[in-house]
Design a protein around this ligand. Structure first.
Ligand code: ADP
Ligand code: ZN
Ligand code: ZN
Length: 734
């Protein structure tokens, strides 16, 4: 009776595949990776993960089955907790289990790289050296110096000898004398810090919040507090308790939030092994860090969204900072929400979950209202940050220069003259969003997308922000051959140039995706800001996350209206969150900040509510609208996207999907299918994008329908140029 193995393979089919073991193979562990032939004939070799052992009742069923070609792991690489999490995610997001597992693993491991953890050489003194007389090694002063240095340091990693002024030659000579040894150890992420600041004495409010956290078993807490209110300090102290109980902590931070300062704060606080998993790591580093977590070496894992899949055998706490942030949702392949998976994982591991934010998402506020999450609030500012005052500045019938009113410009000048800093928030990068012919009205459009080309000046060119198509700037209108071309609208570059002409004595620092591409560019650009020079920062959304600028006393939001009237049902929520976040960047107790919001709609109820009554009242207003419109969190959404070079193919796929849905559940007020319809930007990079929106009041019904629909879609043989994907709980409506 041969044993069979159910193997998850990275193919777009929602099933596992049975294989026979190699001859005389010992049992292969569930969670181990194997190489198997896949496809007709010899097929190709794929790396998969064993997800179950199967007994095979009779020999007949086994005939025709292929045999595992190679067993990669002797021990399971994917432990049972991660396997269970992936299985849950696969079901919830209706994404094939093999591809879900692939998405959860670092690229190199997915491709079959060895899971042997990286080891490093550590130099240490031997016992003989410890008892060495002060007078020995007189003839070898260099060796003596090296020995003394090593005695001071305790141990040194081979790669860091230079930093500590140690020569490898001297160490090798000492090694021959039996005074120094070189040992292979698991690569530790970092040497423990030499100085360790004491934790802050918590404020009464923080103490109260910390005492209300239950850290012994699963529960979810929303910790709400403005930037600077002391949330991170609470995470740190909660983690201290977790580590003291012999458990591990997982901290998820949005893409941009993992600044060197944040990391340094964790590293200074704990003797523990801290492992990072974020997008700035290269593939080898990512693999090495992941394996350290997998070996149980990590006490704390800090990372961006994919770290939610990091193996932590003794998981005791999950923190998700900035839980409202868009970057916690993966926008391609497995479209998961790291925040939602955090709650699922916490429940599976019976570990508490803390969600933190200054501006909680409406989903979380709804969960609090339903009694699912505990809600704690911090109102004070222990770090000394001030509450900024917010002015809605009416632009109607004002003369504008590059988007600024005279009043705003005067205020910027005054702030600089007082030796303080200004932050100007612009929501577009580049120079100008449109190149327009004043004579005939022609606009520079992208040939591949339904989009205008953006003018860039540094260096000078036109670029599409959707497909990255680039071309030289036009000198004359290609339609009427006139020379009267205008740069319409203002992006970060134009604002930078304009402010430079106007306030030339001061530094104007532009922070956007273009100016921060080089490694460390961000920190370098911010140097004058940290040095306290009077200057202006011009930036996009990038600037408002994870950084605090205590010397900024004036924030100008160039155009607040764009977001409020965006086409997405989440536009208003996002705009409110963004404006509060911008406001939270500025000032400290003795230098209070002020925020000037330029708007043509100063009386818009969303603005007035947000700024006179606060975020909570603002969210109530939006939740009301969502309730009336039957939108999330009151209804559950999924979006089926199809895209192709030929729009009729995408149309046909979505039409078929709608047919399947209609036959399972005719639409009714509780269950609606909207579309197929073109995406808001229908054509991107020569591909046409169409969507079908599926909305149900009942989450169970939605999932039942999706689990009937996706196998139908997988079954079809679609043309190669046609792609489809499903987004459950979408953050944006395409
Ligand atoms: P948040 O995470 O809410 O932005 P932080 O925990 O980072 O807030 O706190 C903001 C600043 O205040 C930090 O510089 C931090 O070191 C300091 N801080 C936090 N708690 C205290 C406290 N109890 N006493 C003194 N300073 C504190
Ligand atoms: Zn023209
Ligand atoms: Zn384009």
């Amino acid at each position: 009776m041969p044993q069979l193995y159910a193997i998850a393979l990275p193919v777009p089919l929602d099933t596992t595949f049975d294989y026979l073991p190699p001859a005389d193979s010992p049992t292969i562990a569930v969670g181990a990776r194997v190489k198997v032939p896949f496809g007709r004939g010899a097929g190709r070799m794929l790396v998969g993960v064993v997800v179950a052992h199967k007994a095979c009742a009779d020999g007949d069923t086994a005939t025709g089955l292929k045999t595992i070609a190679e067993v990669i792991d002797e021990q399971p690489l994917v432990d049972s907790a991660i396997l269970a999490l992936c299985q849950w995610a696969s079901r919830y997001y209706h994404y094939p289990i093999g591809e879900t597992l692939a998405a959860a693993l670092p690229k190199k491991l997915r491709a079959g790289a060895s899971a042997e953890p990286t080891t490093v050489t550590i130099w240490q003194l031997t016992v003989q050296a410890l008892g060495l007389a002060e007078t020995s090694l007189k003839q070898a002063p260099k060796q003596k110096a090296a020995l003394d240095q090593l005695r001071q340091l305790g141990s040194v990693e081979d790669s860091q000898l230079k930093e500590h002024g140690l020569s490898r030659t001297s160490l090798k000579q000492l090694h021959q004398k039996g005074l120094v040894q070189a040992e292979q150890q698991l690569a530790r992420h970092r040497q423990p810090p030499s100085s360790r600041p004491a934790p802050h004495a918590l404020t009464e409010e923080q103490q109260d919040a910390l005492s209300k956290l239950t850290l012994t078993h699963f529960n979810t807490t929303m910790l709400e507090g403005a930037t600077g209110s002391g949330k991170t300090e609470i995470y740190l102290q909660a983690i201290t308790q977790t580590l003291a109980a012999g458990k591990q902590a997982l901290v998820i931070i949005p893409e941009i939030g993992l600044s060197p300062q944040t990391l340094a704060r964790f590293q200074e606080r704990f003797v523990a092994q801290i492992i990072t998993l974020h997008s700035a790591l290269n593939d080898s580093e990512r693999q090495a860090h992941w394996l350290l977590a997998q070996q149980g070496v990590a006490d704390i894992v800090i990372g961006t969204r994919s770290a939610i899949f990091a193996p932590l055998p003794r998981l005791g706490l999950i923190v998700v900072d900035e839980e409202h942030d868009l970057s916690l949702k993966q926008q391609d392949s497995l479209r998961y929400s790291a925040r939602d998976l955090a709650v699922v994982r916490g429940q599976m591991a019976n570990a508490p979950v803390i969600l933190g934010s200054a501006t909680p998402s409406l989903e979380t506020i709804h969960n609090i209202a339903l009694g699912r999450y505990q809600h704690l609030r911090l109102q004070g500012r222990p770090g000394g940050a001030s509450h900024a005052t917010i002015d809605l500045h009416n632009l109607c019938s004002e003369t504008l220069q590059e988007g600024f009113s005279d009043y705003s410009l005067t205020e910027i000048g005054n702030t600089l003259a007082a030796g303080q800093q200004v932050l100007v928030f612009v929501n577009r990068r580049g120079f100008a969003p449109t190149l327009l012919c004043h004579d005939c009205g022609w606009q520079a459009r992208c040939n591949h997308c339904d989009s205008n080309l953006t003018v860039h000046q540094q260096p000078s060119h036109l670029r599409c922000h959707h497909c990255d198509f680039q071309r030289p700037l036009y000198r004359q209108c290609p339609q009427c051959f006139g020379g009267n071309l205008l740069f319409l609208g203002a992006g970060t570059e134009k604002v930078e140039q304009f402010l430079g002409e106007r306030f030339g004595r001061h530094k104007i620092i532009r922070i956007d995706r273009d100016s921060t591409q080089r490694k460390n560019a961000f920190e370098q650009l911010l140097q004058p800001v940290h040095a306290g020079d009077a200057c202006v920062m011009v930036g996009t959304q990038m600037l408002v996350k994870g950084h605090h600028f205590p010397k900024v006393t004036l924030v100008v939001v160039l155009d607040a209206d764009g977001g409020l009237f965006g086409s997405d049902f989440r536009s208003a929520e996002r705009t409110g969150q963004m404006l509060l976040q911008v406001a939270g960047r500025a000032g400290r107790a003795d230098l209070p900040g002020r925020v000037l919001i330029q708007t043509h709609n100063p009386d818009h109820p969303l603005f007035t509510t947000l700024f006179s009554e606060g975020y909570r009242a603002f969210t109530k207003l939006i939740l009301n609208e969502r309730h009336q419109g039957d939108m999330p969190p009151f209804a559950h959404l999924a979006i089926l996207r199809a895209e192709s070079t030929d729009p009729s193919q995408a149309q046909a796929l979505l039409q078929l999907a709608k047919g399947v849905l209609n036959s399972q559940q005719p639409p009714n007020p509780q269950c609606q299918y909207l579309g197929p319809m073109p995406a808001i930007m229908e054509r991107v990079n020569q591909r046409y994008r169409l969507v079908l929106q599926i909305k149900c009041s009942d989450r169970k019904l939605l999932h039942r329908l999706l689990s009937l629909l996706t196998p139908e879609l997988h079954k079809q043989r679609w043309p190669k140029s046609l792609r489809w994907s499903l987004d459950v709980d979408p953050m944006e409506i395409p």
